[in-house]
Ligand binder design. Structure first.
Ligand code: ZN
Length: 367
């Protein structure tokens, strides 16, 4: 800024970054007034000539620090204001950063030689993060009230689009904005997608939920065997067609076969829609089949996949538009968001295995 010839004397408020030309060193007049309110200081007395210096002194006093040099006082004030804004953001991933700033504040004393900053920041960045989180909190409240089964597709799409600002890859570089954006994305997936859009897609919700990992933690692999998933498979055209094909191929003239003996990599299942499609993308099935006396089959097997959100990009290609109304939003917008969240490490990759055991399976005839 100072290198710009036209603006040699231009000062910018360290909080809001707007230019100002008052005598203060750090803040424009409006921001300074707001800070008195934000930090819950009573207004400065009339005879105080420099309200900015006075605010910094008050902050020092509040921290039981007296006789600080001007530099130390101003630096302390910036750290203290930053900490105040961070405390107002509802973000548990900031704890570590807040602790570091608190330590830096404690280390400022009349005896300290230098001002040590364990963590460096621009107050303006913190202020902007604070505004992002406020906008996010408002939007998330609206999104929580949406009935995803009834909402019009265009409206739903616009709501989801309004969240795009939290999926910015550039915020990854700085540890403070990383923590804030991580937290917003984490909440988005938990609240909007799992608690809202995927409410009636239990398997997808469970898999996505397992993939969301807390900062620094890895998700565990999943083994799933339950009645909800059994039901999905039994109703799936892709599953039934594949089983029928396998029985026709390997079950002729025998009462038992194990697919592994014929195809060591199993067979690929590409589901056509619904919960299974959102859950599994490149799933491989193994199955052991034993014929019962009544000509039904005993099927025992598993379906394996790597849960990887970035593979959602393939979805659009084979989903037809007759699918549920949210298909298009899920397959395009959420895909892009998912890729960003994978970059942030909010959504992580893991192995999933679905086990099934159908004791009296009847081959379904193709319609
Ligand atoms: Zn300002």
């Amino acid at each position: 800024m100072e290198n710009n010839d036209n603006n040699i004397n231009e000062k910018r408020c360290v909080l809001c970054n707007k230019p100002y030309n008052y005598k203060y060193k750090m803040f424009g007049r409006r921001c300074l007034d707001n800070l008195y309110g934000l930090l819950e200081f009573s207004k400065s007395p009339k005879f105080i000539w420099n309200k900015e210096a006075y605010l910094c002194t008050r902050i020092a006093w509040r921290n039981h620090k007296f006789f600080l040099s001007k530099n130390k006082k101003y630096s302390l004030a910036q750290k203290y204001i930053a900490l105040n804004y961070l405390n107002r953001m509802n973000c548990r991933f900031l704890d570590d950063i807040k602790e570091k700033i608190s330590k830096d504040i404690n280390n400022i004393s009349v005896f300290s030689r230098n001002i040590v900053s364990t963590i460096s920041f621009e107050l303006n960045d913190i202020y902007r993060l604070f505004n992002y989180t406020r906008k996010f909190d408002e939007l998330i409240k609206e999104l929580q009230n949406i009935n995803w089964e009834e909402v019009d597709e265009k409206i739903a799409e616009n709501f989801i689009k309004s969240m795009s600002f939290i999926f910015t890859i550039t915020k990854k570089m700085n540890p403070i904005s990383y923590a804030v954006f991580y937290s917003m994305q984490y909440t988005f997936w938990q609240v909007v997608v799992i608690g809202g859009m995927l409410k009636d897609k239990k398997l997808s919700a469970r898999l996505l939920s397992n993939s969301l990992s807390l900062l620094g933690k890895e998700p565990e692999d999943l083994i799933i065997q339950d009645s909800v998933t059994d039901e999905l498979l039994i109703k799936s055209r892709v599953f039934n067609d594949e089983v029928k094909e396998l029985i026709e191929k390997y079950g002729k003239g025998t009462d038992m076969f194990d697919l592994k003996d014929y195809e060591k990599d199993g067979v690929l299942l590409e589901f056509e829609g619904g919960d299974l499609l959102y859950s599994l993308h490149k799933a491989t099935m193994f199955v052991k089949a034993t014929k019962n006396e009544d000509n039904t089959w005993n099927l025992e097997g598993d379906i394996n996949d790597i849960y990887d959100f970035t593979e959602f990009k393939d979805l659009k290609e084979y989903v037809d538009n007759k699918e549920a109304m949210l298909t298009d939003i899920l397959s395009t917008l959420l895909n892009n968001f998912g890729v960003v969240s994978s970059e942030y490490g909010v959504i992580k990759t893991y192995n999933v295995k679905i086990k099934f055991n159908f004791p009296n399976y009847k081959i379904k005839l193709k319609e």
